[in-house]
Write a new protein. Structure first.
Length: 195
């Protein structure tokens, strides 16, 4: 019985991926995101990224792929997740958990930067608050959402929504999207490395 359940999990993931691939507008959005990020980097901008739980892990992974190394050797690209435990607990204690990301945007964001918000429900209050501050400060906002987009739907400059019932399947597609964005940004900024 367990084997059938495991096979079903992979088939469900495959279905989610196929559904994403079949929608051509998803790739129009991804190309726009890659271009937006590359142009921000060309103008000395940076990427700020946040999420909760598994989405925080994805945010950290995305930032390290940009600032560290992805597929090719190239200049480090500034990207910062708001993931430091002492920072998060300080802000949560003093202002409430819904402010943990907006305070980071306020501290580090500058016009021309890009804020990525990851939320599988689309209803993460701390992402909602961060988006509000990012928009006030004239950052561009990219949202990776799930389950219909929730409260965050319509708040971003570019949004990719993965419909699904469970966060794990949504996060799997989000991570593939984030990897693809890093590759796209590298291809735009360092085309010589992809010859």
């Amino acid at each position: 019985m367990i084997k059938a359940d495991l096979v079903r999990a992979f088939k469900n993931a495959q279905t989610k991926l196929n559904t994403f691939i079949e929608k051509k507008e998803n790739f129009v959005k991804l190309e726009k995101i890659c271009t937006l990020v590359a142009e921000s980097y060309r103008c000395d901008g940076k990427v700020l990224v946040s999420g909760n739980g598994g989405s925080m892990a994805d945010a950290m992974h995305f930032a390290e792929e940009l600032s560290g190394r992805f597929r090719v050797d190239r200049k480090a690209l500034p990207a910062m997740p708001f993931s430091d435990p002492s920072y998060l607990t300080c802000v949560a204690n003093d202002y409430g958990y819904e402010k943990v990301f907006s305070r980071g945007v306020q501290a580090y964001g500058r016009e021309g930067d890009i804020f990525f918000g990851l939320s599988t429900s689309g209803n993460s209050k701390n992402i909602v608050e961060a988006v509000k501050v990012a928009k006030e400060m004239k950052l561009k906002v990219v949202l990776l959402l799930g389950k219909g987009g929730g409260e965050l739907k319509g708040m971003g400059d570019i949004e990719v929504i993965i419909n699904g019932r469970t966060s794990d399947r949504i996060q799997e597609i989000h991570m593939l999207i984030l990897h693809t964005i890093v590759e796209g940004v590298e291809r735009l900024l360092f085309p010589e490395n992809y010859i």
